[in-house]
Design a protein around this ligand. Structure first.
Ligand SMILES: Nc1nc2c(ncn2[C@@H]2O[C@H](COP(=O)(O)OP(=O)(O)OP(=O)(O)O)[C@@H](O)[C@H]2O)c(=O)[nH]1
Ligand SMILES: C[C@H](OP(=O)(O)O)C(=O)O
Length: 204
């Protein structure tokens, strides 16, 4: 299985700017990338990082500075067999969660992200192409349906939890033991219960 992990190496995780400065966002994004790639590796597949610029990681890196969808579609167009795309911000990923995707049947297997995104795509049909951003889960289902492809959804808390906004950091602290969670702890983040919900605080 060809497993691609797309990564914005230049200015990642801009939505975390309220709580992390640019260097911290890069470091935290890299920690999440490491967690995702390691989980992929533990399933027995080697991840390829599809990055917007050269980066130094333990896994093969392909550099493509086109938009996310263009870069992924170029991979889908040139590969013969099935391709899985796993987003690099799935800090709660485990090998077991990924195995559920690899074992799911269907020509197109999708894991929805919260708020309309598509966190994992397994494309077994050679004609399937992605269209990320906006309500991409709806767009991907519609594309598959129009083409008469069978779509399977995998319901996974771990894989549906992408880390986009500051409120998502609670999930990393509570449910991950990987590099991203360790990075947050090292940088003073902690879970904090308030009257109106659970959030994070950052201590000096
Ligand atoms: N190769 C590639 N990967 C991208 C690109 N844009 C985003 N990604 C990656 O695609 C995944 C999902 O993207 P987003 O959730 O929007 O992440 P992001 O762009 O780092 O975050 P924001 O700046 O907050 O939107 C993450 O793994 C990103 O690193 C791109 O233009 N090219
Ligand atoms: C790339 C995008 O990610 P989100 O912005 O939803 O996290 C999507 O899944 O379409």
């Amino acid at each position: 299985m060809h497993v691609v992990v797309p990564f914005d190496a230049r200015d990642p995780k801009t939505r975390l700017a309220p709580v992390l400065d640019p260097d911290e966002r890069r470091d935290f994004a890299r920690a999440m990338l490491d967690d995702v790639c390691r989980a992929v590796e533990e399933t027995g597949h080697e991840p390829t990082v599809l990055a917007t610029a050269g980066i130094d990681v333990e896994w093969p890196v392909e550099v493509d500075d086109r938009s996310l969808s263009e870069a992924i579609n170029a991979v889908l167009a040139r590969r013969d067999g099935p391709v899985t795309v796993v987003m690099a911000d799935l800090a709660l990923t485990t090998p077991e969660a990924l195995d559920r995707v690899f074992e799911a049947e269907g020509e197109v297997v999708l894991v929805p992200g919260r708020s309309g995104g598509t966190n994992v795509v397994l494309a077994r049909h050679p004609d399937f192409r992605v269209d990320y951003h906006g309500v991409s889960i709806r767009d991907h289902r519609e594309r598959a349906a129009v083409a008469g492809r069978e779509t399977t959804s995998v319901d996974s808390f771990r894989l549906s939890t992408d880390v986009d906004d500051p409120s998502d950091l609670v999930e990393v602290l509570l449910h991950s033991e990987g590099a991203a969670a360790a990075w947050l702890v090292d940088h003073g983040f902690d879970v904090h219960a308030e009257d109106d919900g659970v959030t994070t605080v950052r201590r000096d």
